[in-house]
Design a protein. Structure first.
Length: 375
């Protein structure tokens, strides 16, 4: 049985070149980058070359890149320090953010009694930027936190426009870019974003490593204490092999971006064609022109098939999801879809299908055959 992996928004396969790079560093460059001897200096060199490489791809400076264990840690750190150290009194966000942002903001609201406002979400999953502008008319120390690409629907935020709106209102702007870094160009000289985050395993790198972009002179303070690593902002011995793997993965992602984007876009278009042919009642949650590697569809099946659809496809070797992998074990409906679907549609099976360059037309055909067998 051929295995079909169509859950790339949850995690991606590590590229062979990245595994080779990491294996070599684990075997040979095992020094602590804080040590002053040659082993340490060599590790430090790998670390800083990785930092420069990552910074170059997003047009930032190396000193603005801080290594973390993942995007979740980076989001927690930025939001918490903004409230605790930068004295932010109000956060504007949306109800379709990743739980790494939503749950952190809820905790900060309880701890610091900050004001939290949720910008309106349109029926197609897009953020209502007119409502955002209206919310920013209030005068208090504010941070806006809105994700670039929604991890469940693929809806894309106009980062440039939002960054201009935030700058005009003199507020801080944080964006969770976990789904977009490595899959689309982000130029931080063009964008007035103060903070953004990335996670290596979303662009064919290793799990357990990510980075935050923190614009210089931001005033952020560390989330926890114990060492002077990462300019004193993120203590703990750096995972040199994982950081080098992340830098290699990002380099390969951007080197092959246009070719891989074309391939993946063709697969998504082919899947929509096949769904129209075989399941004429299906609907796209969001828009067909949302981010090129994610398609979230509402299938014309009865509600009683919802609980079994993932299991049924898994038995056929097909991996997809109903939403964020971080909550896929939950029987509750997706908090993102709850904002854009009717109560009736929310009970029906929706699937998130997410592609990578490793996928093929045959994978799409096998998914369609698996779904047809459920009719």
């Amino acid at each position: 049985m051929k295995k079909v992996y169509l859950d790339n928004a949850s995690t991606t396969a590590i590229r062979t070149e990245v595994i080779q790079e990491m294996a070599q560093i684990m075997a040979q460059d095992y020094g602590n980058p804080s040590s002053t001897h040659s082993f340490g200096r060599n590790a430090k060199s790998i670390l800083e070359l990785s930092r420069k490489s990552i910074a170059k791809h997003i047009n930032a400076t190396a000193q603005e890149i801080i290594f973390t264990s993942c995007g979740t840690e980076a989001n927690n750190w930025i939001l918490r320090s903004a409230v605790k150290d930068l004295k932010v009194k109000r956060i504007i966000t949306s109800k379709i953010e990743h739980h790494a942002v939503l749950h952190t903001i809820m905790a900060l609201q309880q701890e610091y009694n900050i004001q939290v406002d949720y910008v309106r979400v349109k029926p197609n999953g897009a953020i209502d930027l007119t409502d955002l502008t209206d919310l920013l008319a209030q005068d208090s120390k504010t941070l806006v936190s809105l994700m670039h690409v929604n991890n469940e629907t693929g809806t894309v935020l106009d980062l440039k426009r939002v960054s201009v709106i935030c700058k005009e209102h003199n507020v801080l702007f944080h964006s969770d870019t976990v789904q977009s870094i490595g899959k689309t160009n982000v130029d931080l000289q063009e964008l007035s974003v103060d903070f953004l985050v990335a996670s290596a395993h979303k662009f064919h790198g290793p799990k357990g490593v990510g980075f935050a972009f923190v614009r210089k002179n931001s005033g952020l303070q560390p989330l926890f204490y114990g060492g002077e690593q990462e300019k004193g902002l993120r203590p703990g011995t750096e995972a040199v092999h994982q950081i080098a793997g992340m830098a290699k993965a990002l380099d390969l992602s951007y080197s092959n971006l246009e070719e891989e984007k074309k391939h993946i876009s063709a697969l998504k278009f082919y899947l929509i064609e096949q769904l129209e042919k075989e399941f004429p009642g299906f609907k796209i949650n969001g828009n067909s022109d949302d981010f090129y590697n994610i398609l979230n569809v509402l299938l014309p099946f009865s509600a009683d098939k919802t609980a079994m659809i993932l299991f049924h496809l898994d038995m056929k070797g097909i991996a997809v999801s109903r939403g964020s992998a971080c909550q896929s074990g939950s029987i509750r409906p997706s908090h993102v879809l709850a904002e854009i679907l009717s109560d009736e549609d929310l009970k029906k099976p929706s699937l998130r299908i997410s592609f990578s360059h490793y996928n093929s037309m045959e994978d799409v055909d096998l998914l369609i055959a698996g779904l047809k067998s459920m009719k």
